[in-house]
Design a protein around this ligand. Structure first.
Ligand SMILES: Cc1cc2nc3c(=O)[nH]c(=O)nc-3n(C[C@H](O)[C@H](O)[C@H](O)COP(=O)(O)OP(=O)(O)OC[C@H]3O[C@@H](n4cnc5c(N)ncnc54)[C@H](O)[C@@H]3O)c2cc1C
Length: 505
């Protein structure tokens, strides 16, 4: 499409900002993405500690199956055919220190057999779970940027799925897990934030894995990010790195550009924020356009926790280990004041050859915490203690791993620990949250408004307008954001027209 003569600045080069750029470029806008970091991706990040690469984000990507749900939307923002996906047979293996174990398989028939082996007393509940997974495997996502005309067919197809969604949306993971007598099965549904979330979140993820539509892409989340960056470049868009936005410039209740931390002003016809929601509303816009409902949401609603990540470069072939291991501990681990964990989880990246030389393995362990302030204060006020605390956490993780895989300690070549302070520094996410708003029972996945009362020429995209977050929230929120802008500018934005354009590419 030729230029339409209007410019948009996009704050944030995470997945949402990048997808917004692609949609805006396709509708003829001049686009400048402003990203404070020196690479794109935000939370969709990995880092290199030679010869290892450590991934923080990607466990699964909904839309990995070329014929699956949501694939078409990914194709709108990048060339998905260039990604290689791995569909693990096992989602996670849960083990106790005394050697009991349960494997959560991705194939539902195999999962059912394993659960019945482990917990025959839970037969009814197990059949109910696997029935839900099979039904949810047929779920068609609705397009939030479309109206009834675009969605009616999927709504019709979803009719048999709605009762299952309704039932699972009302209860928490913990309530769902408590229905099982077996402690390992219970722990799967109730550990960490999964226990607080609506049960639908985990069960639908299992359904996507079963339909091989939630694979891991080789190269991790940065492989996807790089593809979208390439698309932006091919469409003539610009990304400026190390460019922090301080303020959104507003004249006559209309966003007219942004003021950078350097003092420079970048003017534009539209501003789209795909950066942290709290900073956008309460800092960049000085709280001026926050209505009561939004204020209440930011004051009261629960977020996904923040986290520490211990990353280990192990000079050992660990390909016999499961992709993901959850170790239930006899004695809880103290993470920080007020936070203890009853389990430790490990990811063994032997299935990603780009992350380590052959014969070696990148291993990561995530420890959740809501005490982000402890880590921020420590880093600022007592760097030596901060270093010692990170060392203590690494030692705890390595100790547990050594117990499970004797000899592994000797083979560790690289140790890297990031904390909630790192998450905040590198992504700006409020409280160092890993995914924005938690989807709690009853509150659903309903999106927040992407515009603000009284402010013109401003739209939001990203995980802060879509509870539950996740990489798909990038394109899913980018498209309505650009559509809203096009509508006001009388620029055609027709989903069917765009699909036609894509077919023609
Ligand atoms: C540990 C972990 C595991 C996850 N696992 C999965 C998974 O398996 N599958 C999945 O789909 N999702 C997963 N997610 C979630 C997913 O990564 C996020 O929901 C998604 O990446 C959020 O994208 P975003 O663009 O909305 O926000 P962000 O990624 O936070 O991007 C915001 C961007 O804005 C920039 N920015 C902020 N403030 C400013 C400013 N003032 N000026 C300029 N730039 C600014 C930031 O640097 C950042 O790049 C995971 C996340 C984590 C942390």
């Amino acid at each position: 499409m030729n230029g339409n003569g209007r410019k948009v600045v996009i704050i944030g080069g995470g997945i949402a900002g990048l997808c917004t750029a692609v949609y805006a470029l396709k509708r003829g806008y001049e686009v400048e993405v402003l990203e404070m970091n020196d690479v794109a991706g935000g939370l969709a990040m990995s880092w290199r500690r030679s010869p290892y690469t450590f991934e923080t984000c990607l466990h699964w990507l909904v839309g990995s199956n070329p014929k699956g749900e949501f694939r078409a939307q990914w194709e709108e923002v990048c060339d998905m055919k260039r990604l290689t996906f791995v569909d693990p047979a096992e989602f996670v293996r849960i083990e106790t220190e005394s050697g009991e174990h349960l494997t959560i398989y991705t194939d539902v028939d195999r999962l059912e057999a394993e659960l019945l082996r482990r917990a025959p007393q839970d037969v009814e509940r197990i059949r109910d779970l696997t029935h839900s997974i099979r039904v949810l495997g047929k779920f068609r996502m609705l397009d939030p940027s479309g109206g009834l005309a675009d969605n009616w067919l999927n709504m019709l197809r979803d009719l048999p799925v709605f009762p299952v969604i309704g039932k699972l949306s009302k209860m928490s993971g913990r309530e769902y897990g408590d229905r099982f007598g077996d402690p390992l099965l219970r722990s799967f549904f109730s550990s960490g934030d999964i226990g607080k979330m609506s049960a639908i979140a985990m069960v639908i993820s299992l359904a996507w894995m079963h339909t091989r539509n939630a694979g891991y892409c080789v190269g991790g989340s940065q492989a996807l990010i790089r593809l979208i960056e390439e698309k932006i470049a091919s469409l003539g868009g610009k990304i400026r790195f190390k460019t922090k936005v301080d303020r959104i410039v507003v004249e006559n209740d209309t966003a007219v550009g942004v003021a950078l931390a350097t003092g420079e002003t970048v003017r534009a016809d539209w501003v789209i924020s795909a950066a942290d929601g709290h900073a956008t509303l309460f800092e960049m816009l000085g709280s001026k356009y926050v209505d009561e409902a939004t204020r209440k949401m930011y004051e009261e609603r629960e977020l996904f926790a923040s986290y520490l990540q211990v990353s280990l470069g192990v000079g050992m072939d660990l390909s016999k280990q499961p992709h993901m291991l959850s170790l239930l501990l006899d004695v809880p681990v103290r993470v920080d004041p007020g936070t203890a964990m009853q389990y430790l989880s490990f990811r063994f990246f032997h299935y990603d050859p780009t992350f380590s030389p052959s014969g070696k393995t990148a291993v990561t362990s995530l420890l959740s915490t809501r005490n982000h302030q402890y880590w921020v204060d420590l880093r600022k006020n007592d760097p030596e203690m901060y270093r010692r605390e990170k060392h203590r956490i690494a030692e705890t993780v390595i100790g547990a791993l050594e117990k499970r895989i004797p000899g592994v300690r000797e083979a560790i070549e690289v140790v890297d620990v990031s904390s909630p302070a790192s998450v905040i520094r590198y992504t700006g996410n409020w409280k160092g949250t890993m995914e924005g708003w938690l989807v709690e029972p009853g509150s659903g996945f309903k999106s927040l408004p992407n515009t603000l009362p009284g402010l013109k020429h401003f739209v939001m995209a990203g995980q802060w307008v879509m509870p539950g977050g996740g990489l798909p929230s990038g394109p899913m929120t980018a498209k309505p954001a650009v559509k809203a802008m096009c509508k006001q500018d009388h620029v055609p934005f027709d989903v069917r027209e765009e699909r036609a354009e894509l077919v023609g590419v």
